[in-house]
Write a protein that binds this ligand. Sequence first.
Ligand code: NDP
Ligand code: 8X3
Length: 254
Amino acid sequence: MTSLKIKIALITGASSGIGEATAHALAAEGASLILAARRTDRLEKLAGSLKVPTHVAALDVCEPRTIEAMLAGLPKDFRDIDILVNNAGLALGLSTADAAELDDWNVMIDTNIKGLVTMTRLVLPGMKQRGRGHIVNISSVAGTYHYPSANVYGASKAFVTYFSLALRADLLGAPIRVTNIEPGMTETEFSEVRFHGDKDRAGLVYQNIEPLTAGDIAESIRWAVTAPPHMNVNRIEIMPTMQAPAGITVKRKG
Ligand code: NDP
Ligand code: 8X3
């Protein structure tokens, strides 16, 4: 197994959901944590509940300069990042392509794609120099199985999945691991964000099914990063038992 006791993990989007649960899971393994997101009040609260060294970092992944400033401003003990969990991301809206808000599309592209590649590009050289590292990208089943009105969200996650596999190819020969996590329906603030704060509509998404929890996904991340060094978990696809890709559908006239 890989011990996390002297490892430093940077988790983006640690203020909620999967990122927050991942912070708890990696803290339980003894990792030191850099907790990054825009809502630093939540991060401070999370840091206060963890029994490992933590650094709270204000971060908007849509702003390349704040990413650079955040990394440049890391205290000495947190600079040598061993594990990068690229988790910050979101869906905005659920409308067909002719009706979707262009602003929503652009924010998803800026966050899920541009934010993730910028973080990766800035953290990777240090990992290469130190000869160790693990990048964990949070993609989605929506990147593999398209569904109506997921258009740009699904495409952004297809990008993440492809990028993860391409990173594996680029890093072959370097002792740096890459894992793509592909969750299905997971009950977090995800749907509330997708529906612009409409909690009632968000609640309906999980009505009468048993969705995954953020802890379920965090557990898969914990497993991948603690696997023995010779073992790279390329991708993990997880769905609730009550969700499945159900194949091609037909819309009939009338
Ligand atoms: P949450 O809404 O609960 O958490 C999203 C996190 O992303 C928050 O911590 C938020 O922090 C952060 N974030 C969003 N935008 C930015 C930004 N511009 N800069 C920095 N941080 C940002 O949702 P989840 O935990 O469910 O989502 C986490 C990841 O999991 C996402 O990438 C999502 O696409 C993916 N996913 C989720 C699934 C689900 O069903 N829930 C299924 C498949 C994948 P803050 O607002 O404080 O900045
Ligand atoms: C979100 C997963 O199944 O709700 O990334 O589209 S799903």
